[in-house]
Design a protein around this ligand. Sequence first.
Ligand code: UDX
Length: 459
Amino acid sequence: MEKGKEDYIAHCLILPYPSQGHINPMLQFAKRLSQKGVKITLVLTKFLHKTIQEFSSSPISLETISDGFDEGGRAQAESLAAYRKHFRLIGTETLSELVEKHKTDFAVDCIIYDPFLSWVLDVTQKFGLVSAPLFTQSCAVGNIYYHVYKEELKLPLLETQKIVIPGLPLLESSDMPSFISVHGSHPESFEMVLYQFQNLEKANWIFVNTFHKLEEEVINSMTKFLPVKAIGPMIPSMYIDQRLMDDKEYGFSMFKPISDVCIKWLNERARRSVVYVSFGSLAQLGAEQMEELAQGLKMCNEYFLWVVRSSEESKLPENFSEETAKKGLIVSWCPQLEVLAHKATGCFITHCGWNSTLEALSLGVPMVAMPQWTDQSTNAKFIKDVWKMGIKARIDEKGLVEQAEIVRCIKHIMEGEEGEEIRTNVIKWKEIAREAIDEGGSSDKNIEEFISSLMSNTS
Ligand code: UDX
């Protein structure tokens, strides 16, 4: 029998910002809430909906709204500023229509949204709904942006400046998100990250994809001015607890994963013998950097699984795949969580996107940090110096990580006695991450608190 509104605790719309790194944690949160009895409708832009390569059915319903660019999404807009302006205007209208539409069947109680879309708060206020922005980057990064937004941290930074922000370790300019360290480099992205804080104090809940023990100091410091609630790590619970296989089907990908090939290849490799290399869904390496990385992987003579998105493929050195076929596998997209969870994976060369960082941390894979832009340098600083879960590849005077440095980093993690502390730490963090989202853990408690408040709202 079909379920009615009375069968659910509440009905939440979940609206992610349409990029892979922002969708993944939102979808995981959707699943967690759904498992706890909340009706979830995932709201995608029309264009994003068309481009989905993989979304397996689940109790989560799908609906669409328009960002004004139904044929090409962000790529169709002439600039990020133009895209955001349209999304705000047309999104407000179409999201309101969606809320209206459900008034007679599954009346909406709450909207959970990416703070990049902070205009959603106006929609929640118009309809008297609960508003719950979910920050998909770290609390440390949110704290930095907040201090810039409040003009408590003045820009531009000096190259040698030591940055003191409550709740954070002493930071160098190079540890800051790129929109801040290279002030003026991406003015429109910079505007967007600061926009997250507009009207934020009016939101009913402020969620962050992190967990308490991971960012204890910064969370404690931030809660003095923003009541942030850590609810992460937002990775499928089956990876945290092997008994929870039910989660596996709810994948969502904008790229087509080459699943069988990767896993079959990994199955043939020895324990912790493979270097996994990926730079996420957006970062673009320069041709010279690609060359250095490729030669480093070749020189190192370890097995490697390298994700090179189709748009980046032309930068691979000629005949590289053929020449390294005995040692390496290059794919355009992989099931990253399965790869990180695989016993053959021993090291992760990563751009330090926040999802990749949390995934490696939760699955116990040591990292070689090669941050590229946005929040990644800050994540790299924490990986190396705070959580001690990896090392950071050194950059030469031309701004490149040279091949010899790639080899040094891999050997450090995979073989050296020096890597022992890191390999011990990853086991510790994996356990702490699991505890946070297990029943009764710090993140689980925060989610339960949210659900209880939804229940009292709707009863
Ligand atoms: C972007 C930003 O770059 C990142 O810094 C920010 O924190 C979030 O938004 P992205 O660059 O895509 O994200 O990196 P990341 O946050 O690591 O997200 C990538 C996601 O794609 C991860 O969940 C990862 O598991 C997944 N992925 C990546 C795959 O499933 N397969 C792949 O082959 C590569």
